[in-house]
Design a protein around this ligand. Structure first.
Ligand code: KG4
Ligand code: ZN
Length: 338
């Protein structure tokens, strides 16, 4: 089956062609307009998707030497995400599906991240998956294909948000995560004491906001300009604190639930220390750690095509009266398929 995957849930416009788990093209246009605002502006994101999506789809078709007649199905992100952005991808999909009589299905964006590593390596349930990006930081148990149980999540900031907000105070460009990662490589992770919040009760949830506030207070007191060596130590300490919070919960999830693998996806899955530490806790349990390559960590159409391919193969179809579900989670039933 040759599937067109469309992703417009946030500020990346993505389209991909995936055939039986093989990526033939995966085109992502990043929307630079948000850089000057230091964060995503929803209205601008929707407008940019309108302009970019037809071009990105065309490029995916050209790169993979695919004509519209060769498309067996379309998978599109139906939620969660920014309402206006989601609508652009969904209504574009409906138009194409209607004009060409192509089957289509709506896909849960978080579930697509959770299966994305399966495009490049073997990832078969049961497994534990963490999605860590600018918008989400959640841990899931995937007991069997198509079943996603959220077992823990952040109570406040997402991991990417913590990297970005602390990085901003350090004077790093937006998004700060990749810059902080690079700086941290030369630093001492024990140089700056930062808190790791402990939540009460039997929970795999976690919190990032105390850490962010502590880093902010600490940085305000730091003499300016901060010398390079000191900046590296701060970056390494911040990265270690964020990673410790995530890895403690990931490790607990691996102890609590049956898992033959662990996967981390989303932008923060590119982080050097998060990868190292995930690999370490997985090895201690005797299971592999699967990470998508950087291009598949961020939002992209290939993971949407891959996630949608299971439903399309089963013959499921999303009805034309279905629409975006901005706050969709893995316990919300997708619109009834026909
Ligand atoms: O998945 P993504 O591209 O977009 C969404 O948020 O949906 O994730 C972007 C986030 C940003 O917060 C960015 O700072 C973070 O991922 N990020 C990283 C790294 N690369 C991207 N954080 C830490 N280390 C990295 N190497
Ligand atoms: Zn995402």
């Amino acid at each position: 089956m040759r599937i067109l995957g469309i992703e417009t849930s946030c500020d990346d416009t993505g389209a991909a062609i995936v055939e039986d788990g093989r990526i033939l093209a995966n085109i992502v246009a990043a929307q630079d307009i948000h850089l000057e605002y230091g964060g995503v502006v929803p209205e601008l994101a929707s407008r940019a998707h309108i302009t970019l999506l037809p071009r990105v789809v065309q490029e995916a078709l050209t790169t993979s030497k695919t004509t519209l007649d060769q498309i067996d199905g379309i998978a599109v992100t139906i939620g969660p995400g920014l309402l206006g952005s989601l609508l652009v991808g969904i209504e574009f999909t409906k138009g194409l599906a209607l004009a060409r009589d192509i089957p289509w299905v709506g896909v849960n964006h978080v579930e697509a991240h959770l299966v994305s590593a399966g495009l490049e390596s073997t990832l078969e349930p049961p497994y534990i998956g963490m999605v860590a990006s600018g918008g989400h930081t959640e841990i899931y148990h995937v007991p069997e294909p198509g079943i996603f149980h959220r077992v823990g999540s952040t109570r406040d900031d997402a991991a990417g948000e913590a990297f970005d907000k602390i990085g901003k105070i350090m004077g790093l460009p937006y998004p700060a995560g990749p810059y902080l990662d690079k700086l941290a490589r030369g630093g001492n992770p024990t140089a700056v004491p930062l808190p790791r919040a402990k939540l009460k009760g039997d929970t795999l949830d976690f919190s990032m906001s105390g850490l962010k506030t502590a880093a902010k207070l600490f940085l305000e007191k730091e003499p300016k300009p901060i010398p390079d060596a000191r900046l590296k130590d701060i970056a390494a300490s911040v990265e270690k604190a964020i990673t410790d919070v995530l890895i403690e919960r990931l490790d607990q999830a691996l102890t609590r639930y049956e898992a033959r693998a662990v996967t981390v996806a989303g932008g923060c899955a590119c982080n050097t220390l998060i990868r190292e530490e995930t690999t370490r806790v997985a090895a201690a349990k005797g299971i592999p750690a699967r990470f998508p390559s950087p291009k598949l960590c961020r939002d992209n159409g290939a993971m949407i095509a891959h996630a949608g391919s299971f439903a399309l193969r089963r013959g499921e179809r999303t009805p034309f009266n279905a629409s975006a579900i901005a706050n969709l989670d893995s316990f919300t039933p997708l619109p009834a398929t026909s």
